[in-house]
Design a protein around this ligand. Structure first.
Ligand code: IPT
Length: 973
């Protein structure tokens, strides 16, 4: 089974942290990761692919392999992904042809990217010893505007051919948006495997408790049998969180909407359909650093996912997802099980509940997935089962009383489940894992709170000694017990109520660990690495018959290895923690290591059970952070354009009259940023004209994408701003001006905050081409041709300067053009002065850059998440409909833009920046641009560096990424 989490390497530009994400996902019991590649970041200069440094793919492949993770490669070329342009480079806005169609212009434009990236992925396929086992060309090729041939088999064949030519040989899977049957195998242009996605709760996180009626898919399996009966049931994207727009409710709300209960009900529902290619989007979201996001989202792409943007795993949904994935990993019979059509009412005596059955096709095992008929019910429902087993039809529980399904829960119950020879006749408690060791078999099951359960074992499969032995140590004081009895018809029945205390029941050589769910959440199942974990160089994957270690406790357990009679673990702890190695430790164990392979740690091994108990000592780190408000800052004006004799000689004249944009320019020359090679960050315009005494106003229609803002000046006079709104991608502003002396030269300066390019979801609409910049203008008293325009974005445009950070990290502010956001800017040079920093602000509408530097000395061996926190009157949260002073800020850490803050919109005020972008043991530079959109200026109320929860980590060294500093740039204007 390909049980996978979606991760975008480009949203975590620190290659040595990729192993951390892979290990956290592998430790959830997932076997795979699916990833996109963002074309826009790799081919900023048309005709040149730059895929090195943080953009290199090879380290991602290596890390996956080291963690034992298989990969599904999804390089697009179109990806969507809430990325600017949906992954399309901005220069495609000039394409003389339709995007995502068989137009030669589009296929030619994507040839270089698909061939270079295709070849890199091809080299990492499993057939070459690498981790890539699946490939998805295109993405959600599902809908089109009228008049466009769709679905076009010629196009889908062409995309497949591009990648086949590049050497891709693994199966190709589709990702239909909804189960509609596009590009199914056997259809013209079809792929090898049919796949579709599903986001049943949608993307509005404002009411996280609201599960709308009817949003649980019920017919997917039936549809799949119709569409593609011969290919594995594949869901290449299933909702694992949600994205959030500017001014949205924030990602903690999305984590609540798509929480652990959602996972239980919805993931198990997909399992009831027999899914065997299953990818949860997102499992780690990351960051839209450096302008890589689309206008519908802000800097964080946390997504409310199982792993937080800061790589934390505190959300219950991480632990719950681990239980579900592990149960499937432990169920080989699931892989060949046949999912029945629809749901079945005959197995359960309560119509408020529904069961979908999966039947083993070559073994007797059956899986019964039970849920509430009204999937969103919050009621607890009692039930009894009548189900077929190898011992005949059974009424369960056999004991008095009833089973219970609580609200917003779903369970996978089994019959005739094989534990390497021992037959579990049935279990109403869910299986977390089991493992057959040389001297014993261990089964770990778990219950919800306040539940009654029953488990039966076929006696004849237990060998001779079928003694039932409830370990008294775990019973005493627990107040709840396990009753066990052998029945006449040859099985041992255990009846038990849930209890907070873990219990062990021994039945012959089978040790059954009964945990409650909270305790199960703390349990880790780790495949043994073939080597000491610190030197693990050999890839290891889950293989049938290869042992797992079962470990209880610890914030995160990463790896386990057995070397002779010694055992070595790696992992992370957030406090002093007692761990219990339930299974997998040699008997007797002679030494135990945790992270540090030189110093064994004390432990005890129980004679009878072999369980090893050890205390992992947390040593509180000393984390000293500078107070940013106390540091020496330097500042420089970043809008020299409006102060006197500024020369825009170096700017790009906006003289193009033949724009290829689908929106035909309504101005004498095109003023679309993409026509001049500018695709990210701020775009600035200079409109020159001579006065004639008849001026009265200037109207501007500007477009920057949702939540964009703009400001305008006439010469040195501030005219006003549009502060932005999440629903406004464009805006009309009219500013009054007085009549100007006839013949006098004037210049209008317009700054537009470019929020990214729209996605290109609907084929034919070419939405990503939607222009950014000035759409229309009217200078009253003048003909439009009286104004001659110049434009700039980032210095060099598509011939961008910063190859280390890619084509989108810089915008067009003067300070960015000059590279002052980079480390070591020339703070003693002309125009700079010492400052108290962004809290000092600026006294009138305008733009300034602030920069400072300091040393960090975070102790090695700890994972300490650091964020930049903007503070305001309320301590953080931006109130809905805020009328606060309008300003926009960007923050750069060592030159990497890791925050775009819109003071009036929010919701994000805390901007996590990963280690590796920070230098944790050395010098760091923080730069802030402040764009004040108020007559009287604006200041940042507070900006501080804050640390999240520190964990003592077994991850190993995080290498600081190459972060070139400021160098005088030629031709800066
Ligand atoms: C689906 C896209 O495939 C994916 O790239 C991402 O944008 C995701 O949505 C939302 O986060 S599109 C689906 C919602 C129709």
């Amino acid at each position: 089974m390909f049980y996978s989490g979606e991760v975008h390497p480009f949203r975590l530009p620190v290659p040595s942290l990729w192993l951390d994400i892979f290990q956290k996902i592998r430790s959830m019991g997932y076997t795979g990761v699916s990833f996109y590649i963002d074309w826009a970041l790799l081919e900023g200069t048309p005709g040149t692919i730059r895929a090195s440094g943080v953009f290199a793919l090879e380290p991602f492949f290596d890390a996956a392999q080291k963690a034992g993770i298989y990969l599904l490669a999804r390089p697009g070329p179109y990806i969507n992904a809430e990325a600017s342009g949906g992954g399309f480079p901005g220069w495609l806005a000039r394409l003389p042809g339709r995007l995502r169609t068989a137009d030669a212009a589009y296929l030619n434009a994507s040839d270089l990217y698909t061939s270079v990236i295709g070849a890199k992925i091809a080299a990492a396929q499993i057939t070459h010893g690498g981790p890539v086992i699946l490939f998805q060309p295109e993405n959600e090729y599902t809908s089109a505007t009228r008049g466009v041939p769709f679905p076009d088999p010629i196009y889908m064949r062409a995309v497949q051919a591009q990648y086949r030519r590049a050497g891709i040989t693994v199966p190709m899977v589709s990702n239909d948006a909804g189960i509609k049957g596009n590009n199914a195998p056997g259809t013209e242009g079809g792929l090898d495997i049919y796949g579709h996605d599903g986001y049943p709760l949608g993307f509005n996180c404002a009411h996280p408790d609201n599960w709308p009626k009817g949003n649980l898919p019920t017919n997917w399996r039936d549809m799949h049998y119709q569409i593609s009966p011969a290919t594995p049931y594949a869901i290449p994207e299933f909702q694992g969180g949600a994205f959030d727009p500017w001014g949205g409710p924030g990602y903690e709300k999305c984590a609540q909407l798509v929480n652990h209960e959602y996972e239980r009900v919805f993931y198990k529902n997909d399992i009831s359909f027999g899914v065997t290619i299953f990818n949860l989007y997102m499992t780690y979201g990351g960051t839209n650093w450096g302008n890589l996001g689309h206008p519908g989202g802000y800097t964080s792409y946390d997504y409310g996912a199982a792993i937080t943007e800061e790589r934390g795993i505190n959300r219950t949904k991480y632990s719950e997802a681990k239980l579900i994935a592990n149960s499937i990993l432990a169920s080989p019979a699931y892989l060949s099980a046949f999912a029945e059509f629809g749901t079945n009412g005959t197995f359960v005596n309560n119509s408020a509940l529904s069961i979908t059955r999966l039947q083993g096709s070559d073994v007797q095992t059956q899986f019964f997935v039970i849920r509430h008929t009204a999937y969103n019910s919050k009621k607890s429902e009692p039930y009894r089962l009548t189900i077929p087993t190898s011992a005949g039809t059974m009424r369960i529980p056999q004991a008095a009383g009833a089973l219970t399904l609580h609200g917003r829960d779903s369970k996978i119950m089994v019959t005739d489940f094989d534990l390497g020879g021992i037959n579990i006749l049935y279990s109403t408690a869910e299986i977390l894992t089991w493992q057959k060791y040389t001297d014993r078999t261990i089964l770990v099951i778990y219950t919800g709170s306040n539940e009654q359960h029953e488990l039966a074992i076929t006696e004849s499969t237990l060998g001779n000694a079928s003694t039932v032995d409830v370990d008294p140590r775990f019973i005493e004081g627990a107040g709840e017990s396990v009753s066990a009895a052998s029945t006449e018809n040859g099985h041992v029945v255990l009846s038990f109520k849930s209890a907070a205390q873990d219990r062990i029941v021994r039945v012959a050589n089978l040790y059954i660990h009964i945990l409650d769910r909270d305790s199960a959440h703390k349990t880790w199942v780790l495949p043994f690495t073939p080597d000491a974990p610190t030197s693990a160089s050999v890839p290891y994957y889950i293989q049938p018959g290869v042992s797992n270690a079962i470990i209880h406790g610890g914030y995160l357990m990463r790896t386990a290895a057995v070397i002779g009679r010694e055992m070595a673990l790696t992992g992370d702890i957030d406090r002093t923690t007692t761990i219990r190695i339930l299974g997998g430790a040699p008997r007797p164990l002679t030494a135990l290591y945790f992270n540090d392979m030189r110093t064994p740690i004390p432990f005890e091994q129980d004679e009878a059970t072999g369980i090893v108990t050890a205390e992992l000592e947390f040593r509180e780190p000393v984390i000293k952070l500078p107070k940013l408000s106390k540091l020496q800052w330097y500042t420089v004006d970043s809008l020299p354009e409006v102060s006197g004799n500024y020369s825009d000689a170096g700017w790009t004249p906006a003289t193009m009259t033949n724009s290829l944009n689908p929106r035909r320019p309504t101005t004498p020359t095109s003023l679309y940023a993409s026509d001049y090679g500018y695709h990210a960050g701020s775009i600035l315009y200079r409109g020159h004209f001579r006065g004639n005494g008849r001026e009265s106003s200037i109207s501007l229609t500007t477009q920057g994408g949702s939540a964009f803002g703009m400001s305008a000046w006439l010469d040195s006079t501030y005219l006003g701003s549009w502060r932005g709104h999440p629903d406004a991608e464009a805006h009309n502003s009219t500013f009054s001006i007085g009549p100007q002396t006839a013949g006098s030269p004037h210049v209008l300066t317009v700054g537009i905050d470019h929020m990214g390019l729209d996605e290109n979801w609907n084929v034919g609409a070419d939405q990503m081409k939607k222009p950014r910049g000035i759409l229309d203008y009217k200078l009253a008293g003048h003909a439009a041709t009286d104004v001659s325009w110049k434009v700039t974005g980032n210095l060099g445009g598509e011939s961008y300067h910063d190859h280390a950070r890619g084509p989108l990290n810089e915008g067009g502010l003067y300070a960015e053009r000059a590279g002052f956001h980079l480390p070591s800017p020339p703070v003693n040079g002309a125009g700079w002065r010492a400052s108290a920093g962004p809290t000092e602000g600026i006294a009138r509408a305008g733009i300034a850059l602030f920069t400072t530097s300091f040393n960090l000395d975070i102790p090695a061996g700890y994972d300490v998440p650091l964020s930049l926190q903007f503070k305001n009157g309320t301590g953080g949260e931006v109130p809905a409909g805020s009328t606060w002073a309008a300003y926009r800020a960007q923050v750069w850490v060592n030159g990497w833009q890791f925050g775009k803050y819109v003071h009036t919109l929010g919701p994000q005020t805390r901007f996590p920046v990963p280690e590796g972008i920070w230098n944790y043991r050395g010098r760091n530079w923080v730069a802030v641009s402040l764009w004040a959109m108020e007559e009287g200026g604006a200041h940042v109320e507070g900006l501080e560096l804050v640390a999240g929860q520190a964990v003592q980590t077994g991850l190993g060294e995080v290498k600081v990424v190459e972060s070139p500093g400021w160098k005088g740039r030629e031709g800066v204007y």
